[in-house]
Write a protein that binds this ligand. Structure first.
Ligand code: DAH
Length: 366
């Protein structure tokens, strides 16, 4: 045993101790090196074989070895032993915490947020909520809504037509049987299409229910349009219908103003502009005062002070009589508007595709 060997063993044992991560390793180390039968004791035994001249120096070095290894062992034991006590030997308490996104538990999509808020406002005004099928027939989507046979809205350009399979009747009947204003009571007839608006649900409701009727009808609609920042082939609408004796345009205006004040703020104003829809007469488009600038003019309202919100009007006598309601004794109003456009205006979303791509970075802002 030379001086050099003593130094090498010392460095090796200290390095071993430094590398230890578990308390179990310490126990094994103690057994191998620090007991009566361990490495260090054996080296002391070997001192006898060292020459007289080298013995004092070797003894000194060996004492130094034992002392430094025992000290380092005690330090390590304290460190690892403390972790063992807390049962945390496998956890690194110095590791930085993982950040959890604030929105991780999930929340409503901005479209559904807008929709649910609108529904609850109308419910508080006494409106029922009705649903109809997304697959429609020409009669309900156009014919009974007083669209003439050659009306451009029926065009292939706008409407997605559905090619029925051999057993489509049974399939469609079964599919819609459970729906409130579904196709079970009045079956779908060819040609089939994806509804281009929620107005056919008005027809289904008047076919199955006698006045008084007071309902909103939310749902998804489809149009054969190329996707762009402003249009999507699928989007959402809410339809409204009130039919009773003596219903007037003043009732319509009152309900729409009330809705606007609840939805856009208590000092919102509305205005009705003359317009045309086949199923209403007279027809109007409703604008609401810009909720951003309050009507002064800004980027969102393109400096007009007004935002176009919805179509509305008095239900056309042809539509009422087509559903078995006498236009001499009853009248009604209807309205319909897009949920996507309103959501975009409300949150300043400039591209409708953002609402459908489900990019987490977009959604977590709501
Ligand atoms: N169905 C129309 C559309 O999709 C919107 C509409 C306008 C609905 C006037 C109505 C209404 O009920 O009275 O463009």
């Amino acid at each position: 045993m030379t001086l050099n060997e003593i130094l090498i063993v010392r460095e090796k044992l200290l390095a071993d101790l430094d590398a230890m991560t578990g308390a179990g390793e310490l126990d094994a180390f103690k057994l191998a090196h620090l007991t009566r039968k361990g490495t260090i004791a054996a080296m002391f035994d070997n001192l006898r074989a060292v020459s007289k001249e080298e013995k004092p120096l070797a003894g000194k070095e060996l004492n130094l070895l034992r002392q430094s290894v025992e000290e380092r062992f005690a330090e390590k034991e304290q460190l690892l032993g403390a972790r063992r006590q807390e049962g945390l030997s496998h956890i690194d308490l110095t590791m930085p915490a993982r950040t959890v996104p604030v929105t991780a538990p999930g929340h409503e999509h901005p479209l559904m947020k807008t929709l649910n808020e609108m529904i609850s406002i109308f419910e508080r005004m006494g409106f029922a909520v009705e649903y109809g099928p997304e697959t429609e027939d020409d009669e309900h989507n156009f014919g009974k809504l007083n669209f003439p046979p050659d009306h451009p809205a029926r065009d292939m350009q706008d409407t997605f037509f559905v090619k029925p399979s051999a057993d489509w009747g049974a399939a469609v009947g079964a599919h819609h049987a459970g729906e409130g204003t579904g196709a079970s009571s009045s079956m779908l007839t060819a040609p089939l299409l994806l509804r281009t608006h929620t107005s056919p649900v008005q027809i289904r409701l008047m076919e199955k229910q006698k006045p008084p009727i007071r309902a909103i009808m939310p749902g998804r609609v489809y149009r054969n349009e190329a996707a762009s920042a402003r249009s999507s082939a699928a989007f959402f609408q809410i339809e409204g219908l009130v039919v009773d004796r003596g219903v007037t345009m003043a009732d319509l205006k009152g309900v729409l103003l009330s809705f606007a004040r609840h939805f856009f703020g208590s000092d919102a104003k509305i205005r009705l502009r003359p317009s045309f829809f086949p199923f209403t007469e007279p027809s109007a488009e409703m604008d609401v005062s810009c909720y951003i600038c309050g009507g002064k003019g800004c980027r969102v309202c393109q400096n007009s002070g007004w935002l176009e919100i919805m179509g509305a009007g008095m239900v056309h006598p042809n539509v009422l009589s087509g559903c078995g309601i006498d236009p001499e004794t009853h009248s009604g109003y209807a309205f319909g508007f897009g949920i996507d456009r309103t959501t975009m205006m409300r949150y300043g979303v400039s591209d409708i595709r953002d609402l459908y791509e489900n990019d987490y970075r977009f959604l977590e802002q709501f």
